[in-house]
Structure formats: C-alpha cells, structure tokens
Write a protein that binds this ligand. Structure first.
Ligand code: NZQ
Ligand code: ZN
Length: 406
C-alpha cells in the first residue's frame, strides 16, 4: 500500500427533501450573498430552483442567479459567472444541478476569489497559480460525476474544443445535499450515463498497478456490485427511492478517493473519453462506455493485468473461475461490462457514440488531443503513449456484437 492523505471535508446531507435545508447550510458555512448557478432548465421546470432560492431569501440571504450551464461546461459562462459574483460581492456559490453545474460553480469560485487571474489561461492551464478560493455548496440533481465531494472540476474551452480537468483540494465543496427524490425527473439516457460514470470512477482506480490493497480493492468491488445491481432498477423506475439512494451515495463515494486509496489511480479511460467529449460534445458517461471495452482489451496483457481482470470477473460479475483460465475469465468480465453498458442504453463503440465511424485523420487527431499534442502519456495500469491511444480509438471505432446475460 502506498502512502496517502485522505481529507474529504464536504459535509454530506442525505435524505428525502433535504434540499429544503440549503439555506441553513449556506449560513453554516458563512454565506450571506449567494450566487446560485444552475443548468439548462431542468431545475426551473421541476420547481427546484424556485424552492431553493425562496428558502435562501426567506432566511434573509441576498440571492442572484446564473443559469444556462450546458453539459461539458464552457469557460465563457464561467467568465460571466466570475463577473457576476464580483459585481454582487458574493461570498458563497451554490450549485443546483449535476457535475457540469457544480464544476462551473467551482470555477466561478476560483475566478471570483482571484481577481486578475483568467480562469482558463491562468488557473486551469497553470494550476500552481491557484492558492485560494471561495466556499461552494451543492444541491445535487443527478448521480454521476461525483463532483459534489470530489477534488476535481472539468471545463471545456469552446474556442479550442480542449476539455481539461483541474485537481485541487480547493475543489471540495463545503456541503453537498443528496436528496434521492431529485433525480426522478432524469431522462433514461442521462441516468445510464450517470451509472456508467459512477462505475468508471471506481474502475479507473481499481485497474492500477498496485494489487495488494485488500481493503481498498474489496470496497471497490462492493461498490461496483451495488451500482450494477441498482443501476438497472433506477433505469426501470427512477421513482424507486431505495435504489436511487444506493446509486446517489455510491456516486459520491466512488469519486471522493476512497475506492483507490493506497493505489496509483489510472484514469486512462477518462482521459480518452475527455478527448471525445471535447471534440464531439457528447455526454461524459457515454464517451466512457464507448471507449472502455477497447481500452480493457488493449491493456489485458501480461500475467498481472490479466489476473486483475480475472479477479474483477470473479468478484464483481460472479463468473465461475473453476472451469475457466484467467484470460477467458478476464475477457468474460470485459464482455459482461460492455453488455451491461448496453443494457443501460450506452454506446460501446465510437460509431454508436458519434453516429458514424471515424476516418483515420479524426482518430489521429483524437490521439493528438488526448496526448496533449504528444507531450504526455496517460494511465498507470498500462502507460499509454500517443500510438497506444490511436490503437485504442481505432479498435473502438466500429460496432461489436454483445448481449447482456445477467
Ligand atoms: O442542464 P439541465 O437542464 O439541468 O439538464 C441536465 C443536463 O442536460 C440534466 N439533468 C440534471 N439533473 C436533472 C436533469 N434532468 C432532469 N432532471 C434532473 N434532476 O442532465 C444533463 C447532464 O447534466 P450534467 O451536469 O452535465 O451531468 P453530469 O453530472 O454527468 O456531469 C458531467 C460533467 O461533469 C464532468 C464531466 O466531464 C462533464 O463535463 N465530470 C466532473 C467530475 C468532477 N468534477 O469530479 C468527474 C467526472 O469524471 C467528470 O469528468
Ligand atoms: Zn467521470
């Protein structure tokens, strides 16, 4: 087990109707002038935004709003938010939405607390400049990105199509309200994306070169089993609050660091997915489902990696190891995962993600983007260079036949 520090200071407030307590928690963390950030309209249509803002105003807080955050959130709206936060002298940023809204709130907080620094050029691309931020709280509406407790935030620069993450403790919200009633209005596709992303946050930690972390590995396997079990239940019935509660809590735990402690997290599929998200503006979870199987088959080489995939097949998918060799088991686990993604309504190749197969030039451009113009490798489970990335994108290009048999 490698050395680690684990500090997740976010206060999690979990339960039905907890969104009605937002004002109380904003006050608790020192907020009096609040910029509320929301997305493209779902929180308006459901009445959630009004209920939250009314609660804040009834408590005597000053409130302004900024809407219009889109999935794969853009830097341009963040800059607008920074101006608005500064103009109203905000001391608290409250996100009402999903990962895109929460990441926008985090970025606005960084920008507003650092006048003179441009959020993209001076903070996102030069993270060492970020020394302080402002308090952010979250009312979560979709179990997916885990941004509500994570140390991460992801933005897209609309001009260049570059999608980049920023990791810092300053990204951890001070509180996160997890109300299992709120995701009931999600379209099935978004639920499928969310369940996929939750699985991927643990898979991208579980597949790493350190294979002697018993507690971490078993926590990871348990989380995956619970998400797999309840993912199809919420898809079938988003009003199923028991299943939604499991998914909602798993979403936060899957990306706050717990399921990878002591290991060197990999996150190559996420990096491959970000290049797809930046180029084609597709939902994050769908980009991960489209690439994961091809990444897995590419990295399933050598005794250690094959053994890891075989363990995954046994402990997560309950495939029977007695009659099967490690490689057979490993490939069975990969196929089971892809079939499950399909059952969630997710694409498992680029053709399904984008609507066509990609030409060689586009595949090469994806590898170029993912390798930051050939300047970096990704992953730890297997370190991947630009050529490896191209090989994985190429393998993911066309359709494969799969069926879900759970
Ligand atoms: O914009 P509105 O109208 O609210 O609609 C959203 C959006 O279209 C809709 N939605 C959310 N809650 C809803 C709802 N519709 C009906 N009822 C509800 N209760 O869902 C759509 C997707 O929302 P979004 O916030 O984009 O989803 P998600 O939470 O998956 O966030 C994705 C973003 O987070 C980043 C991704 O890259 C992507 O940009 N990530 C952030 C991470 C982090 N900060 O730790 C880690 C992740 O790996 C990820 O990269
Ligand atoms: Zn993710």
């Amino acid at each position: 087990m490698h050395s680690f520090t684990y500090q997740v200071p976010t206060e999690v407030v979990f339960g039905a109707d907890t969104h009605l307590q937002a004002a109380q928690y904003v006050r608790k963390y020192g907020g009096s002038r609040v910029l509320v950030i929301y997305g493209g309209g779902s929180a308006v249509r459901s009445g959630l935004l009004d209920r939250v803002c009314e609660g804040l105003r009834d408590d005597g807080l000053t409130v302004e709003t900024l809407g219009g955050v889109q999935p794969n959130p853009r830097v341009a709206l963040v800059r607008e938010g920074v101006q608005k936060a500064q103009a109203m002298q905000a001391d608290f940023i409250l996100a009402v939405g999903g990962g895109s809204v929460i990441d926008t709130a985090k970025a606005v907080a960084h920008g507003a607390a650092n006048p003179g620094l441009d959020v993209w050029n001076d903070i996102w691309l030069q993270p060492a400049n970020l020394k302080k931020s402002m308090a952010v709280g979250a009312v979560l509406t979709i179990p997916a990105a885990g941004s509500e407790t994570s140390d991460s935030a992801v933005l897209t620069d609309g001009d260049s199509g570059m999608k980049r993450g920023l990791n810092t403790q300053l990204n951890r919200p001070v509180f996160a309200i997890l109300d299992p009633k709120l995701p009931a209005t999600l379209p099935a596709f978004q639920l499928g994306c969310g369940v996929t992303d939750i699985m991927m946050h643990t898979l991208d930690r579980y597949f790493n070169p350190d294979m002697d972390n018993q507690l971490t590995d078993e926590l990871a396997e348990a989380l995956l089993r619970v998400v797999i079990d309840n993912g199809l239940k919420v898809l079938k019935d988003p009003e199923n609050q028991q299943a939604m509660s499991e998914i909602l809590w798993a979403g936060s735990l899957s990306h706050n660091g717990l399921t990878g402690l002591g290991g060197r997290k990999d996150f190559a599929p996420h990096q491959l997915g970000h290049a797809l998200g930046g180029m084609f503006d597709k939902a994050h979870g769908a980009t991960l489902a489209a690439i994961w199987g091809s990444w897995a088959r590419y990295t399933c080489k050598g005794d250690a990696n094959v053994g890891r995939f075989a363990r995954y097949a046994r402990n997560v998918w309950h495939l029977d190891g007695e009659a099967m060799g490690d490689m057979e088991l490993a490939l069975g686990g990969i196929a089971a995962t892809e079939s499950y993604f399909q059952a969630l309504g997710m694409p498992t190749c680029l053709e399904e993600l984008v609507g066509r197969t990609l030409d060689g030039e586009t595949l090469a451009e994806l590898a170029y983007q993912c390798s930051y113009s050939g300047t970096r490798t990704i992953g730890t489970f297997m370190v991947l260079n630009q050529d490896d990335m191209l090989a994985i994108y190429t393998a993911a290009n066309g359709r494969r036949k799969l069926s879900f048999e759970q």
